[in-house]
Design a binder for this molecule. Structure first.
Ligand code: AMP
Ligand code: FE
Ligand code: FE
Ligand code: ZN
Length: 287
């Protein structure tokens, strides 16, 4: 049936498996194609492409960029990006620097709260890629300061908690533009995290995003209810947006989510990949 997964993370960001291991798991799970969509980085892609060639799994070079969206969380997926594009690399470097500045500030806040965690402990659990809050949560767990990573978020790390530190994010317009400039197809991740409250508000936001270049929305997702899935499918049809699906696999850093699994899994087939590619051919000028 040619099943696929268009949303996965590796140790290049906050997944627990290196890119080549994610690809091997895709092979084991019988997936025809996966997109590697690490947060704010494309550093894992060359390794994933090489492993894909070796295991016979098609790898769609991707990325998931965090955008500034007060009141909620906006992530934009980019598919079929030219990961050799220098401009994309430059923009992502800005986000990497923002993380590098922020992580020690979070650790300093934890220290001030009486938790003697060090950056060294955090980096040790990160697997060598970009460091983020999930790694800090893991380090807090491993050092015995919390009993679950969720507790680490709830007590210290979530937006508004005592050790939270803001991080620079590009506005949605720029996040979409940087994907399109790298020949990619921009898709809104897990729309519920925008926290828009009503279908009407979501529709209006999707219309605005479409004007800014959005191509599709993630309809099938591990945390979507059947109702959310149905709503997003309806909005995609009404607004002429592409439909994608992915698990948001993070390995051991999100153990309840397995690669290639989401409600309506059997609808997440290679047809979605073909539609992405067609959109790219029709809408992006290849230079
Ligand atoms: P960062 O990019 O360092 O800000 O970390 C963001 C990641 O932390 C997200 O991709 C989620 O996986 C995780 N995260 C953010 N907020 C929460 C929360 N309230 N509970 C659990 N995980 C969260
Ligand atoms: Fe993540
Ligand atoms: Fe996301
Ligand atoms: Zn993700």
């Amino acid at each position: 049936m040619s099943l696929i997964d268009l949303h996965t993370h590796s140790t290049a960001s906050d997944g627990s498996f290196p890119p080549k291991e994610v690809v091997r798991l895709a092979k084991e799970g019988g997936l025809k194609a996966i997109a590697l969509t690490d947060h704010d980085t494309i550093d894992g892609i060359p390794e994933a492409m090489a492993a894909g060639a070796r295991w016979g799994v098609e790898i769609i070079p991707g990325v998931e960029i965090s955008a500034h969206f007060p009141g909620g969380t906006m992530h934009v997926l980019g598919y079929f990006i030219d990961y050799t594009n220098g401009l994309l690399d430059e923009r992502l470097a800005v986000l990497k620097q923002a993380r590098a500045d922020r992580n020690p500030q979070i650790v300093a806040k934890l220290n001030a709260l009486g938790i003697p965690l060090t950056m060294e402990q955090v980096v040790r659990v990160s697997g060598g890629g970009q460091v983020g809050r999930p790694h800090i949560a893991r380090a807090l767990l491993e050092a015995g300061y919390v009993s679950t990573t969720q507790e680490a978020f709830d007590k210290y790390l979530r937006n508004g908690a005592p050790a939270y530190v803001e991080k620079f994010r590009f506005p949605p317009r720029d996040a979409l533009a940087m994907i399109r400039e790298a020949q990619g197809v921009p898709v809104l991740s897990h729309p519920f995290t925008l926290e828009l409250g009503s279908a009407y508000a979501l529709k209006n936001t999707l219309l605005e995003l479409k004007d800014l270049g959005l191509a599709g929305i993630e309809v099938f997702y591990s945390d979507h209810s059947r109702e959310q899935e149905a709503l997003y499918l309806k909005l995609a049809t009404e607004l002429g947006l592409l439909v994608t699906g992915g698990s948001d696999f993070h390995g051991q850093n999100k153990p309840e989510v397995a690669l290639g699994t989401m409600p309506s899994q059997r609808k997440v087939t290679y047809k979605l990949v073909e539609a992405l590619r067609e959109w790219q051919q029709e809408n992006i000028n290849h230079r």
